[in-house]
Design a binder for this molecule. Structure first.
Ligand code: ZN
Length: 247
């Protein structure tokens, strides 16, 4: 199966993840570009579902903060409060799993990527945990460091595709149309669990590793259910409010 589901920033939003897995249809694999936990109501269930589906994962800043407390001092108060709660909810085994996630993966060397010409990271290859890639200069810097032709990242919660050397203004990618991976590309599928591009639907992408295309998609999900779960579990109410705004 040549269809890979690209996910990033699921952020413990089980309702959104289940909707994406349903909407994506048959897939041959799942790659997750970090921030599986943090912010949302169901970190343990999200981790369990992704492990059951044998997702290939890298670490994000929230994953490390929840696992080890690392970087918590750099978080805003709302993010830090959620990360501390997640730390207390997860088992030692779950925290160890998050702590052991690699910062980057590469199809060159990493068996789960099956020799495919992609590297995975959360922020960027210059700074896998913390850099937000918001422009083509930053995207080029990551592609120069990649040992593979293409790279996938997350962290900004905004879906985008950059082509190396193409210094155009960033525009929102078209939905539901296969986009050819010509040249060298950096692909961010956007955030499944906490979109920040003004569209509250869960963001994801489908990679066709034979045709070498990526298709950006959105899945409707029961935002109100996720919001209620957030409030019921005692997380900061802002984390529920923002889901309806897509910000
Ligand atoms: Zn995130």
């Amino acid at each position: 199966m040549s269809r890979i589901l690209l996910l990033a920033d699921v952020h413990a939003n089980l309702v959104a993840l289940e909707a994406v897995l349903f909407a994506a249809g048959p897939i041959g694999g799942i790659w997750v570009m970090g921030d599986t936990v943090g912010y949302g109501p169901d970190p343990s269930d999200v981790l369990a579902l992704l492990r059951e589906r044998r997702a290939v994962m890298v670490a994000g800043n929230h994953d490390l903060a929840v696992a080890t407390g690392e970087g918590l001092d750099l978080f805003n108060p709302v993010a830090a409060a959620a990360a501390r709660l997640h730390r207390s909810w997860l088992s030692a085994e779950e925290r160890d799993l998050l702590a052991s996630l690699p910062l980057t993966r590469s199809g060159d060397t990493d068996a789960p990527l099956a020799g495919l010409p992609f590297s995975l990271c959360h922020g960027s290859l210059r700074d896998p945990i913390w850099e937000y890639v918001f422009n083509s200069v930053q995207a080029d810097a990551t592609l120069r460091l990649a040992t593979t032709k293409h790279c996938c990242n997350g962290h900004t919660h905004v879906p985008v595709i950059y082509r190396e050397g193409e210094h155009a203004a960033r525009t929102a990618p078209a939905l539901d149309v296969p986009i050819s991976l010509t040249g060298r590309c950096l692909v961010n599928p956007g955030s499944a669990g906490q979109p920040r591009d003004g569209d509250p639907r869960a963001a994801y992408a489908l990679l066709d590793t034979v045709g070498m295309t990526v298709t950006f998609r959105r899945a409707d999900y029961a935002v109100a259910t996720a919001q209620r779960r957030i409030r019921d579990r005692g997380l900061p109410p802002f984390l529920a409010d923002r889901l309806a705004l897509g910000y």
